[in-house]
Design a protein around this ligand. Structure first.
Ligand code: PMP
Length: 412
């Protein structure tokens, strides 16, 4: 790898392990985007002059590159502002499509990203029915439970491919097969899957899928909705604007962001196999190292069905927030970045029935393109030291040592 995180005085001694929250824009991506800000600044919808044509060509090339990465047709890609918007268009667009029928039921899971869950709550307040499927202790749904939840009123199933807190991969092929058999549209939020595992939208029978560029070393502010063309996926546009993108998502297409998103996909594609092996090794090294220095640590999420990029670990008897503070120059997260400012415990871990004292003590380590072996070794040493220090001061640890079964304690 020839590129690196661009360090500044502010970031010099930081070790970034929060890749699921966002990734740095790869310098190669940034370079590709640069000419489209001040030089080739045309509106891709201006079809009377050379600057418009250049912008148009760049956008078309971006559609083609991203479609190639996903092995779909360019016309099946709709640019959005990010995955949150793609999720919104998918859920709201399909559920409110015209002509209305008596199908008003949507099935999702308890562990989805907040952008799905808040949209579901909004739809419920408008009279739609939503089923939130539970998950098991590994974070996986039960496909048989999904089968029983589908009724003749079910229009849409929305299940994320990879969970952003635990990295757990849902059984996509089985879910897709079931949706196909029962004639239900299947949407997946694949934001955390891109570049981390093989994505096969055709095999999974996915009709709609959401993506975000800033999770794959592209710029913030752009994402994509995959919209299957055959059989056609019908939806009602959420933002009509000036009718751009075939009326599905209006608004001037942000050319530099499209160019950056496409370049990010190109790099992912080129490095995919070797990068996956490298991250898997680092991930195993990290977890093994943490376990060796602290036998009480526990991995949250199915080890047999997860991407290696996310290592979510509970360090019982110490508060996750205190660990994160103590880690100082290590950038980690105690929950998903999008909701961790709300200081509520993780809805994902709670849905997995992880014991309260593990939920509160969990840290998400996110590995990515610029993580090195040295970073991992430093992380193991520093985390072990911080956890040991905090545990010595922990009243929970004292209770545990004096024989209290904390699993039975009802926390308020
Ligand atoms: N879905 C998942 C699974 C995510 O991890 C995120 C980002 N945290 C989003 C959706 C939202 O993506 P964006 O920031 O592009 O709106």
């Amino acid at each position: 790898m020839t590129v690196n995180i661009v360090k500044t005085q502010q970031t010099d001694n930081l070790i970034y392990l929060d890749y699921p929250a966002t990734t740095p824009c790869d310098s190669r991506v940034f370079e590709k985007m640069a000419p489209y800000f001040c030089n080739l600044f045309g509106n891709p919808h201006s079809n009377n002059h050379a600057l418009g044509w250049a912008a148009h060509d760049a956008v078309e090339a971006a559609y083609a590159q991203i479609a190639g990465f996903l092995r779909v047709a360019p016309k099946e890609i709709i640019f959005t502002s990010g995955a949150s918007e793609a999720n919104l268009i998918a859920l709201r667009g399909v559920m409110t499509k015209l002509p209305r029928t008596d199908k008003n039921h949507l099935i999702t899971t308890e562990t989805e990203h907040k952008s799905i869950l808040t949209c579901c709550k909004q739809l419920e307040s408008e009279g739609f029915q939503v089923t939130y499927l539970p998950v098991d202790e590994h974070g996986l749904i039960d496909v048989a439970a999904l089968a029983s939840a589908i009724t003749e009123r079910t229009l849409l199933v929305s299940i994320g491919t990879v969970n952003n807190e635990t990295g757990v991969i849902q059984p996509m092929e089985q879910i897709g097969r079931l949706c196909h058999e029962r004639g239900v549209t299947f949407h997946t939020d694949a934001t955390q899957a891109a570049g981390k595992m093989q994505i096969d939208l055709a095999k999974w029978n996915v009709a709609l899928a959401s993506f975000s560029a800033h999770k794959i070393y592209g710029p913030k502010g752009i994402g994509a909705l995959y919209l299957r063309s055959a059989p056609a996926t019908k939806l009602r546009p959420v933002q009509v604007g000036g009718g751009q993108q075939r009326g599905i998502r209006g608004g001037t297409i942000p050319v530099p962001l499209c160019v950056g998103f496409a370049e990010a996909c190109r790099i992912l594609q080129d490095d995919f196999a070797s990068e996956l092996v490298r991250i898997a090794e680092l991930s195993a090294r990290l977890f093994d190292g943490l376990c060796k220095s602290d036998p009480l640590v526990k991995m949250n999420g199915a080890p047999h069905s997860k991407v290696p990029h996310i290592v979510n670990v509970g360090f019982p008897f110490v508060e996750g927030e205190s660990i994160a503070m103590g880690l100082g120059n290590l950038c980690v997260s105690t929950g998903s970045a999008c909701s961790s400012d709300q200081l509520e415990s993780s809805h994902v871990l709670r849905a997995m029935h992880v014991d309260d004292y593990y939920v509160q003590s969990s840290i998400r380590f996110g590995l990515g393109r610029f993580t090195t072996k040295e970073d991992v070794d430093y992380t193991i040493a520093k985390t072990s030291e911080v956890v040991a220090r905090l545990r010595e001061m922990s009243p929970l640890w004292e209770m545990h040592q004096s024989g209290v079964d904390l699993g039975r304690v009802q926390w308020k």
